[in-house]
Design a protein around this ligand. Sequence first.
Ligand code: BMA
Length: 327
Amino acid sequence: MSNVRVIGGAPLPNLPWEERAQGSQEVVWRYSRNPIIPRNPFPGANSTFNSAAVPFNGKFAGVFRCDSTAREMQIHAGFSDDGIHWQINPERIRFIHEDAEINGWEYGYDPRVVWIEDRYYITWCNGYHGPTIGVAWTTDFKEFHQLENAFLIFNRNGVLFPRRINGKFMMLSRPSDNGHTPFGDIFLSQSPDMVHWGCHRHVMGCTGGWQSTKIGAGPIPIETSEGWLLFYHGVLTSCNGFVYSFGAALLDLDEPWKVIHRSKNFLIAPWEQYECVGDVPNVTFPCAALTDAASGRIAIYYGCADTVTGLCFTTAQAVIDHLKAGN
Ligand code: BMA
C-alpha cells in the first residue's frame, strides 16, 4: 500500500464529513441524513439534482440543476455555509455574452464547476440545436460569462481538469446522440485557450455489468500522487430501463487519456429508497467532489433518481487502495 497524497487543491478543514458507520466495510459511504437537498428548495422547482459545489470565500458555492415545474432544465447558483444546507437562487443563471452569436438559451443541465488559475469555470450540457458542452466562467457566482460551446452536438458530461497539463486545458466528455443515448465512451480533448478544442483521445469505454451500456465522467478529477482520481458513472440496461451507478478510475498524470486502474465493482449503486424512487428511478449520478488536501477526505455530491441531491464520503487512500487491489 502506497501512501496516497492529494497534490492538487488546498486544505479544506470545513469539508462536510461523517465517519463511516462502525462495522461498515464500504469504500464510499452515504451521509446518514441524505438527501441533503430536497426536490423543491424554492417554489417553482420540480427537482434539484446532478449539481456541483466548490469551496468559495471560506464557505461554499455551487451551480445546481433545477428542473422547473414546467419541466424545463435550468441551472441556478447557490450558496452554503457548511456544504450541506444550501440557499439556491430561485432565478436561473442569466449568462453575459460578450459575443451575441452565442446568446440564446434553450436548456442546461448537469453542471460541473472548477477553479482554474484565476476563476471558476462552469461546464454543463447546453442546448444548441441538440445537447453539447457549454462553458462559462465566474468569480463571484453572481455574474456568469458564457464562452463558446466546446464541441459540436451531440455531447454530454463535459468535465474539466483543474489545471493545465503540458500547457493545455483538458476536458473529458461523452459524445452522444439527441435522445437517451444507448452507448458512450469517455474521450479527452485539449485546448490552448478554453475555446478551441482538439487533439481528441479515447480514454475508456464500456466493459460489462453496471458499466455495460455507457459511461461518463463525474466530478472534476482529483490530482493525487498515484494519478488523477476520476469518479465516473456507468449505466446498465435492465428490463426496466437504465440503471446509473458509479465507480472510479486512476488516470496518468501527464497523459490523462491513459487509464492506470478502473473499477470492476461499483462504489455506489441505487440501493436506497431516494435513489430508486423519483422522476427517473435507479439513478446515482455524481457531479462534484470536495477534497481536503490535508487529510485526503472526499465528499461527493450526487443526484438521486433525477429528483434530489445526496452526499457520500470516502478518502483518496481508500479508493485508490481498492482500485489497486483489483476491485
Ligand atoms: C442522462 C442525463 C442525466 C440523468 C440521466 C438519468 O442522460 O439526463 O441528467 O441523470 O440521464 O436520467
